[in-house]
Design a protein around this ligand. Structure first.
Ligand SMILES: Cc1cc2nc3c(=O)[nH]c(=O)nc-3n(C[C@H](O)[C@H](O)[C@H](O)COP(=O)(O)O)c2cc1C
Length: 384
């Protein structure tokens, strides 16, 4: 395909795949799209390992990296003492998560230590979310042949924009509202990823169908030619074509890769996703402190109940929710029915269209075929 994003990124088909799983990233790049590795939970050392693995498995094709440095976050730029951060998590919130598990037959006494172990491990990643580790992470990233670097939840930190320019690597930013897109182009980002409210993970409230033309029109009105990638609810090539008909230069998808053969998604959750409908997700603060869309389960229902406590701000809520959810994930893969019921993960409304397990390469191929179908359908409508 011959378009702005393909030229800018050196790819064949303008489909970008966000994934925390390196196998998905490499498979999509090899299939002609572009895999984007989600590095939010990486230390500089683990990022080095992951990117080296991708380098060895991508057949020289372009891939990218995504990190999260939010504009608004508790203690931005700080690297506080981890013991003090752990001590600041209110006991009543830990008790609330224990109560959810206990009411589903999960023996929390037996897993209390496991949960605390994960909590101690996770606290290091709150430094990433405060932006305190961005320099070290980007130092590692730019030693690899990355073809794009992206930031979520705000204007990229200046070091990302500077290093992108220095290494001639486009910098992308995820946005959920027109106003945010305007701030991003003013800051100098090269690609806008417009994420509609249908999306899995952190997301705003405006639907993709409205957000894409809103942002494309606003950029056109100021004569700005920054390409826009459409995201949120896109699981097929026909949807991708529709967003490109509205002015997007390609698509950025996250959810659709979660049920691929390569994805490391908990198999129990994978099965739930394959049978879920588009109504089975919820957008809630309860996992990270900022609104993110997740697969509905009794866990998310409990947090949505009227008497549920309020979530802590990012990055502290992750330390409340993530440790028990990681342990639930592990238990669910044994014979613990309560854990199977509670297990959940981020996914968008496109889950209703994800009904069959395929390889990531087959998904890319399916997108290409569907894209042509959409084009032909429109041409037929025009009587061509
Ligand atoms: C499991 C999962 C984890 C995600 N984690 C991140 C992340 O770490 N950084 C980020 O920029 N976006 C993240 N996202 C959001 C994606 O980048 C993208 O905006 C979203 O998946 C697009 O909508 P879709 O899920 O409907 O395809 C995540 C999405 C999912 C489904």
């Amino acid at each position: 395909m011959n378009n702005k994003i393909c030229d800018m990124l050196g790819i064949e088909f303008p489909l970008l795949a966000f994934s925390h799983c390196r196998d998905v990233v490499a498979a999509v790049s090899r299939a002609g799209g572009m895999g984007i590795f989600g590095g939010v939970n990486c230390s500089p050392e683990t990022l080095e390992e992951e990117l080296s693995w991708i380098d060895d498995h991508v057949d020289g094709k372009p891939y990218g990296l995504d990190i999260i440095v939010p504009n608004k976050v508790e203690g931005k730029g700080e690297q506080p003492d981890h013991d003090a951060v752990l001590a600041s998590i209110p006991g009543e919130l830990k008790q609330f998560t224990n109560d959810i598990m206990q009411s589903h037959g999960v023996d929390t006494g037996r897993i209390a230590e496991d949960i605390e172990d994960v909590r101690r491990e996770q606290v290091a990643f709150t430094d990433n979310l405060r932006g305190g580790t961005a320099d070290a992470i980007l130092d590692v990233a730019f030693r690899h042949p990355i073809g794009l670097v992206a930031n979520a939840l705000g204007v990229p930190p200046p070091v990302m924009l500077e290093m992108g320019r220095k290494h001639n690597v486009p910098v992308a930013a995820l946005v959920g509202a027109k106003e945010h897109a305007m701030s991003q182009v003013a800051a100098g980002v090269d690609i806008i990823v417009a994420v509609g409210g249908e999306a899995g993970g952190h997301t705003g409230e405006i639907s993709t169908l409205v957000l894409i033309p809103e942002i494309c029109n606003a950029l056109a009105a100021i004569g700005d030619e920054t390409p826009v990638l459409a995201a949120g609810g896109i699981a097929t090539g026909t949807q991708m074509a529709a967003t490109m008909a509205m002015g997007a230069s390609g698509a950025w998808c996250g959810s659709v890769w979660l049920t691929t053969a390569e994805a490391e998604t908990n198999p129990v959750v994978k099965e739930k996703m394959l049978s879920a409908s588009s109504r089975d997700t919820v957008r809630a603060r309860s996992r990270t402190g900022k609104p993110s869309r997740q697969l509905r389960s009794p866990w998310t229902d409990a947090w949505e109940a009227e008497d549920a406590p309020s979530a802590l701000p990012m990055p502290l809520q992750s330390l409340v929710a993530e440790p028990p959810l990681r342990v639930i994930d592990k238990l669910s893969q044994g014979d613990n029915q309560g854990a199977k019921d509670l297990a959940t993960y981020w996914v968008g409304q496109g889950v209703g269209l994800m009904n069959e397990q395929m390889t990531a390469g087959q998904v890319v191929q399916g997108f290409k075929e569907d894209f042509i179908t959409a084009y032909e359908r429109l041409a037929t409508n025009l009587g061509e």
